[in-house]
Ligand binder design. Structure first.
Ligand code: C5P
Length: 295
């Protein structure tokens, strides 16, 4: 049992991620897949405020009907896992979520919330768990939580939890837009298994371009194997990428299993012009910048 009462209220930002590349390298016996991904934390974020609840309940409140408040919410699962690890089960808390990251977008919104809960609770309890212990706890909640805990620019392998920090991306702006549909992650993995996609990102070339700070070289090599899955929704994804490129993006890609798509722009003015243009067609459309490591 932790002898330190947590210092409430706790506030924390939960930053979204974008995939600069996404490769699926193997199907595993445990039902998951081995991945090789270059991930980047971006400034689009949810905001969390954690306050005590005297009834011993742990729940989330976002005001959105499609975001569950119970254990289906990764933030709640992360809080319960943390309380178990520090021996403080039975402590109630409300996790107020101000959601800005769209749900079902491939930007790890749920995982970012879970990671923010783990970071914030560990701070409030006086840092009893190491970064490694937090990552191990996060991994039990979801494959993207370990990356979201640490953040910045990283190469992720294994289920997504084996992280190698990388040099920051060269200065740039992202324009992110999301078509109105969402794509189920397990469904897309299944379609990938059933299809014969044979193209893979040039991850070594991407790492070399990152090392050189070569934004053009990075953008030329951005690649997500899920875009090759036979699924008619990918037509809409390709159209969104085309619209971003028409607006001057150096490169454009679907992030994760979608459905959000982003373009990389060299400067803020061009990015803002693109955002204004794309906002005519996409209800969700924003600009963002890269954010460094959180832990
Ligand atoms: O770990 P998480 O709950 O985020 O994964 C959601 C689903 O995505 C898994 O149930 C699995 O179908 C798929 N997945 C996978 N391989 C990974 C990550 C996720 O097959 N490395």
């Amino acid at each position: 049992m932790s002898d330190q009462a947590p210092a409430f209220p706790i506030t924390e930002k939960a930053y979204a991620k974008l995939n600069i590349s996404l490769d699926v390298t193997a199907r595993r016996a445990d039902g998951y897949h081995d991945m090789l991904m270059i991930m980047q934390t971006v400034s689009l974020c949810d905001e969390l405020t954690i306050t005590p609840e005297s009834d011993g309940n742990v729940f989330a409140a976002s005001g959105l009907p499609y975001v569950p408040g119970d254990k289906r919410n990764l933030a709640v699962r992360a809080a319960l896992k943390y309380l178990e690890l520090v021996g403080d089960e039975g402590r109630g808390m409300k996790i107020a979520l101000r959601k800005r990251i769209p749900v079902g977008a491939g930007m790890a919104g749920g995982s970012a919330d879970a990671a923010a809960v783990l970071r914030a609770l560990n701070r409030a309890y006086g840092e009893p768990l190491t970064a490694e212990e937090l990552c191990a706890a996060g991994q039990t909640v979801g494959s993207d939580v370990a990356f979201c805990l640490r953040g910045g620019t990283a190469l992720a392998s294994g289920r997504g939890e084996i992280l190698t920090p990388l040099a920051a991306l060269p200065d740039c702006r992202f324009v992110i837009c999301k078509p109105d549909f969402s794509i189920s992650t397990p469904e897309l993995f299944k379609k990938l298994d059933e299809s014969r996609t044979s193209c893979h990102p040039d991850t070594d070339g991407l790492l070399a371009a990152l090392g050189r700070g070569d934004l053009d070289g990075i953008c030329r090599r951005m690649y997500n194997v899920f875009e090759d899955v036979p699924d008619r929704r990918m037509r809409t994804i390709r159209a969104a990428k085309g619209a971003l490129l028409d607006c001057g993006a150096l490169g454009a890609l679907m992030t994760g299993t979608g459905s959000a798509v982003f373009g990389v722009f060299r400067d803020a003015e061009r990015a803002e012009r693109a955002r204004a243009e794309l906002a005519k067609e996409y209800r969700f459309c924003c600009t963002a910048v890269a954010v460094g490591a959180q832990l």
